[in-house]
Design a protein around this ligand. Structure first.
Ligand code: GLN
Ligand code: ZN
Length: 759
């Protein structure tokens, strides 16, 4: 190590905020699932977890990272872990007979996550604007936060015994409480944040225990500070960290924030608080340096600078990062370099990919490679060698451009992308019945797809199986009496990946698994370059389905926003431009479907709500490009073609203007669980287009009765013009079984008949 010459030349230590925990081969998934099935014991499950944690420590150490985190592991979810740790558990979950009983303890833990006979689980929702889902704690004034577990201490000790003095990572108290919801028995108006002081006391106990075990620093994650809600709680922030900081016998505190700017206000609160270090996400937060300058830097509060993107798969531009870190050095007495957030959101190891082109591979970094990057940055700065990293060494995203795509977009952008207002009504039938697109993906289908992918099932045989499935789905829908049919999507593994595999500019990975929730992982495709469509993607399947029936069959596409939301997207151009390219490719597909005689075309925007920026002030700009890309895809059609869209969530208040602007003829949405709230909203706004509020919840295996569906429908009829109303389930049916689906749809069609008769 070189000698420290001046303050600004002092050592820059490297760290990461967290690391993937599922394992390269999804070991944790398999271990949990076999434990749930009862095929393995708690002991066997714990053994897999221990190995995984060891592997993580080894990888980070070998990557050269100076300061390793711990307690980033979880069997299911870190917010759930926190609730269990502090005994913040709804009364419907019986506590384990004895804390010593590991089987009992695990049984309750997984019951909280997954439910148990007669006991519904905690609600699950998205972790900020990521695709990771956490379990929402249910709190009430009757709970008393107290430290009852020792997971962070145990995992710290485990690492220490293996030779690593790690930094335990905890969900911060403010974030925990603001993400929680009031339990049903909580009095009207009561909010979980009222538990702050008690919870902070419990955190204090934990900090002492960690100190006693030998921890010198603890990380408290407060990503809530990047949201409007977090920004409104600066007093609570100040109080929480004044209290924690005031404890004697505690480790140093690092308060980490990520997913956006926390603003100079919160920054100043943290600077003036007794916490020793602050972590900032300088990738998402473009105003970070300005805010730091505004408060004249952090002084003797250490800055943990998140300059390596923890949420995307691109390699860091090392010279640019070094330059930025150089500036940051002037804004704090002590600097560390880190990832922008936990690496939980990226795949584990690029080395496990064998089929990416060398050019693309060169532009990528997964978790392990990102750990190497922070280590490199720390080392180069500590050794004063930044100057050696000149331009050209960097591998910024290479330009995978396609001049044709750019020229076409340029030309189209000059036209107005609106459809004429006078369109033919999408259906002559009143209260037309339809579904959202997919039908059950049976075991046989999944097997055939897997065999086909492995090269064990020839193309023609596979296609025969798929056509047979379409025949069955069409016959079933005719028999049930649905009005607008679908082909059932048997050929699709996933609504994004299916298209990504066919579009230029997208790559897919073999092992790029990312945890979505619990044991569920996804493999998001990588959108690396200009997007174009070499040939039609869905026309053969839809026209085949249409050839089997006289009723109209609805074409089924995934919209631009959703294609981006569930992928890793290039960062060298604004998201809106990338979305427009996807919109353009879809525009051609829509035109081909129309030419083939398809009169109903659905463009799913399941994720429109999901990409909505965390901060209010950024939302309009987002909705503008989102709407534009959808219109690019859909505005080319004739007045006789009906454009449908579908969205998957119940809180629409925030995007209702966007829905109107999409200008689809028919919009189907989730509504069953929110008791048709949306329909009332739309009714009140005088919405003019077709609307299909989901009349039953497909997320549950329960079969809704005719009467139940009828009640929902009548509620809808009372609120919007029945001439605009469509009848459909909440979402696609792919996760359900045929037995339930058939009966549920029969009941739905019967309910529509009854309501129709009274119109
Ligand atoms: N068309 C898709 C399906 O039915 C839509 C899925 C979704 O909204 N997530 O499966
Ligand atoms: Zn849906």
């Amino acid at each position: 190590m070189t000698a420290n010459t001046a303050a600004s030349e002092s050592q820059v230590r490297s760290t990461v905020h967290g690391y993937p925990r599922i394992g390269l081969q999804r070991e944790l998934k398999w271990a949990c699932e076999s434990y749930w099935k009862g095929s393995t014991t708690a002991e066997e499950l714990d053994a897999v977890a221990t190995e995984l944690r060891k592997g993580i420590q080894t990888q980070l150490h070998e990557a050269g990272v100076d300061d390793l985190p711990s307690n980033t592991f979880s069997y299911y979810d870190h917010v759930l872990d926190t609730a269990v740790l502090f005994d913040l558990i709804p009364a419907r979950f019986a506590s384990p007979a004895s804390a010593e009983n590991r089987e009992e303890e695990l049984r309750r833990y997984f019951a909280l996550a997954r439910g148990e006979q007669g006991t519904p689980p905690l609600e699950m929702t998205k972790w900020f604007d990521t695709n990771y889902h956490y379990l929402v704690p249910e709190l009430s004034p009757s709970v008393r936060p107290r430290l009852v577990g020792d997971k962070p201490v145990a995992e710290f000790r485990e690492a220490l015994e293996a030779g690593q003095r790690t930094r335990p990572v905890l969900v911060g108290p403010l974030t925990f409480l603001l993400l929680a919801k009031p339990a049903e028995d909580a009095p009207e108006g009561w909010q979980p944040i009222e538990l702050l002081d008690q919870l902070v006391d419990a955190y204090g106990r934990l900090l002492k225990d960690l100190r006693a075990a030998g921890a010198t620093e603890v990380q408290l994650d407060e990503p809530i500070l990047a949201t409007d809600e977090g920004r409104e709680h600066q007093d609570e922030l100040e109080r929480a960290y004044r209290n924690l900081g005031g404890l004697s016998d505690r480790p140093s505190l690092l308060v980490s924030t990520y997913f956006g700017s926390i603003g100079s206000g919160a920054l100043r609160v943290l600077k003036e608080s007794p916490v020793e270090a602050v972590g900032l996400d300088l990738v998402t937060d473009k105003e970070g340096i300005d805010d730091l300058t505004k408060i004249s830097g952090l002084g003797n509060t250490r800055l943990v600078a998140g300059v390596v993107d923890g949420r995307n798969v691109w390699r860091t531009d090392i010279p640019a990062a070094l330059a930025e870190l150089g500036t940051l050095r002037g804004l704090t007495d002590e600097l560390s370099v880190s990832t922008s957030c936990s690496l939980l959101h990226v795949p584990l190891d690029l080395d496990a990919e064998t089929s990416l082109t060398p050019e693309l591979r060169n532009a990528l970094a997964f978790a392990k490679q990102k750990a190497q990057e922070v280590a490199l940055l720390g080392k180069v700065l500590s050794e004063g060698k930044a100057a050696e990293y000149t331009e050209g060494r960097a591998t910024a995203t290479p330009a995978f451009t396609n001049p044709d795509v750019r020229a076409r977009l340029e030309a189209l952008n000059k036209q107005t992308l609106a459809r004429t207002q006078e369109r033919e009504t999408p259906s002559d039938i009143q209260l037309p019945t339809t579904t959202i697109g997919s039908f059950p993906q049976t075991t046989e289908l999944r097997r055939a797809r897997a065999a086909h992918r492995r090269g064990e099932l020839p193309e023609e045989e596979y296609n025969t199986i798929l056509r047979a499935e379409i025949d069955r789905v069409i016959a079933l829908q005719e028999d049930i009496g649905l009005d607008v049919l679908v082909h059932g999507e048997p050929e699709r593994n996933d609504m994004v990946q299916y298209f990504a595999e066919q579009l230029e500019g997208y790559a897919t990975t073999e092992n790029g698994w990312v945890q979505s929730y619990g044991s569920r992982c996804v493999r998001p495709p990588i959108l690396f370059g200009d997007v174009s469509r070499p040939k039609a993607m869905t026309v053969d399947w839809i026209t085949y389905a249409q050839s089997r029936t006289k009723k109209p069959v609805k074409g089924m596409l995934t919209g631009p926003v959703t294609m981006l939301a569930w992928s890793f997207v290039r960062t060298d151009q604004p998201l809106g431009e990338t979305a427009a390219q996807v919109g353009l490719a879809l525009r051609d597909e829509v035109a081909d479907l129309e030419r083939a005689g398809i009169r109903h075309i659905q463009v799913d925007e399941a994720a429109l709500r999901e990409l909505l920026p965390l901060r209010q002030e950024k939302r309009q700009e987002y909705l503008d490009w989102a709407v534009n890309s959808f219109r690019l895809a859909t505005s080319g059609v004739d007045v006789t073609t009906a454009i449908h869209t579908h969205m998957c969530y119940s809180e629409f208040g925030v995007v209702v203007g966007g829905i109107e602007a999409l200008d689809a003829d028919v919009t189907s949405v989730e509504a069953a669980r929110s008791r048709m709230e949306l329909v009332r909203d739309l009714g009140a706004r005088g919405y003019k287009r077709g609307i299909g509020p989901g009349v039953y919840d497909i997320h549950s295996p329960r079969i809704p009765s005719v009467e139940e569906i009828e009640t929902s429908l009548r509620l809808a009829v009372d609120n919007v013009d029945p001439g605009n109303l469509w009848v459909n389930p909440d979402c696609g049916l792919k996760t359900r079984g045929y037995a339930e689906v058939e009966q549920a749809l029969r009941n739905m069609v019967e309910a529509a008949r009854r309501v129709r008769a009274d119109l």
